[in-house]
Design a binder for this molecule. Structure first.
Ligand SMILES: Cc1cc2nc3c(=O)[nH]c(=O)nc-3n(C[C@H](O)[C@H](O)[C@H](O)COP(=O)(O)O)c2cc1C
Length: 395
């Protein structure tokens, strides 16, 4: 942490006083802290406390020195943002992109890892609005340090106490490690389903939503990589910080992959590509008739195998969505397609698709294996990139 620059946001809650002790610890560890207090935070603790502890100016308003554009400057100079304590109010504003003061505007302008440590009364924390707002922030890659259970200032007991200083520092260290760990790398990611039409409005597709590929793209960009995301038909939004190339069919994806993935430092192929397509596509909508409809399928190009053949010095990671014989099938794909690693996604009963929790396992080498765990896609994306940085090497 020594020499790192961090923005510490302090909001207007009882736990604001704990931010002073945290500031002191971080300063002793050599962190350069720019503290932003919300207007409400200043009712709980004086800016002077933080100014004295950091020996730096403390920020409270967008308008104190607007010619220096503080909301942009602070987050460009920093390597991470920690908001501790984060109020229900600020969490709601961040979830909805409201930028009404210096702290919320700075966070909206940030492209660095953001750690949020909520602290509030249990009823506020468990309110569906707060739960939904935190889920939204998690989906966007924010690291949420869950509050602890215990005695609350209102003399009630329950979840809502600010996480311990140790957990806050651990989360900040994790955020600082993520930053720039992939700087200078060109990473191509394929994501989402393909659609293979048999008439102008009907197609054969699959249950993939592209969620894991989108989460990986966002996380890789956050770590400093230059990312091209090849994204199939999905309602999910690609991250703003990456170049997105859209595809519909397996053949579109093949062309895009030959252009954007060949020569990339890493390619992570998460797209669920149709192996077969209808041999013919009717020019107009097929009409219902008494008999059955027969559709003949022909083979699509194998995108992953083609990338494996052309991979040169680049690293190629595949995904295996398996319903049976998971590991054996994934290992066979790892070998046959010249992959450097493969991520096993258990999709029995449509598990693992969409914005739900999934369970991933990373396989590589002759018999190497690491459980990435179970969690939301953004959480798994971060854990998976941690593992890939180690397994594929980042030099
Ligand atoms: C005594 C007192 C304690 C409060 N404690 C908290 C708290 O721990 N967490 C929280 O989310 N809001 C708390 N609030 C409510 C916030 O201060 C209020 O929502 C305020 O608008 C937050 O502003 P900010 O989010 O810009 O800092 C408290 C209010 C008072 C009066």
């Amino acid at each position: 942490m020594n020499g790192m620059r961090v923005v510490l946001g302090v909001c207007g809650g009882i736990a604001a006083y704990k931010a002073a002790a945290l500031t002191s610890t971080l300063v002793q560890r050599g962190v350069e802290l720019d503290v932003i207090l919300t207007a409400s935070a200043e009712r709980f603790i004086a800016p002077l406390t933080f100014a004295s502890l950091t020996a730096r100016p403390v920020y409270g308003s967008l308008w104190d020195a607007p010619e220096r554009i503080p909301h942009i400057r602070l987050v460009r100079e920093a390597q991470a943002i920690l908001i501790a304590p984060a109020t229900a109010n600020v969490i709601a504003k961040l979830a909805h992109g409201i930028a009404g003061d210096l702290l919320t505007t700075a966070v909206l302008a940030a492209r660095i890892p953001i750690v949020i440590a909520p602290a509030m009364n249990s009823a506020m924390y468990e309110h569906p609005a707060t739960v939904a707002n935190l889920a939204l922030l998690r989906e966007r890659g924010y690291d949420i340090v869950e509050p602890e259970r215990g005695f609350l200032a209102e003399r009630e007991s329950g979840p809502g106490r600010l996480a311990s200083e140790e957990r806050l520092i651990e989360a900040l260290e994790r955020a600082l490690r993520r930053r720039n760990s992939l700087a200078g790398k060109r990473i191509a990611i394929t994501a989402g389903p393909t659609r293979e039409a048999f008439d102008p409005i009907r197609f054969v597709s699959n249950a993939s939503t592209g969620a894991i590929g989108i989460a990986l793209a966002r996380e890789a960009a956050l770590r400093g990589a230059e990312v091209v995301l090849m994204l199939g038909p999905t309602l999910l939004e690609p991250p703003a910080q990456v170049t997105t190339v859209r595809f519909t069919t397996a053949r579109d994806l093949f062309d895009a992959a030959m252009r954007h993935a060949v020569g990339a430092d890493w390619t992570i192929a998460t797209a669920a590509v149709a192996d077969y397509r209808p041999a013919e596509t009717a020019a107009s909508k097929l009409k219902k008739s008494e008999g059955d409809l027969l559709v003949r399928f022909e083979r699509n190009p194998d995108v992953l195998a083609a990338l494996g053949e052309r991979k040169g010095g680049s690293k190629l990671v595949g995904f295996a969505a398996e319903t049976d014989d998971h590991e054996a099938n994934a290992r066979e794909k790892l070998r046959n397609k010249h992959l450097d690693a493969i991520v096993l996604n258990d999709v029995r009963d449509e598990r693992g698709f969409g914005l739900v929790q999934s369970t991933l396992t990373l396989l590589w080498g002759a018999g190497e294996k690491r459980e990435i765990g179970t969690g939301t896609k953004p959480h798994l994306a971060a854990r998976l990139l941690d593992a890939l940085e180690e397994v594929l090497g980042c030099s």
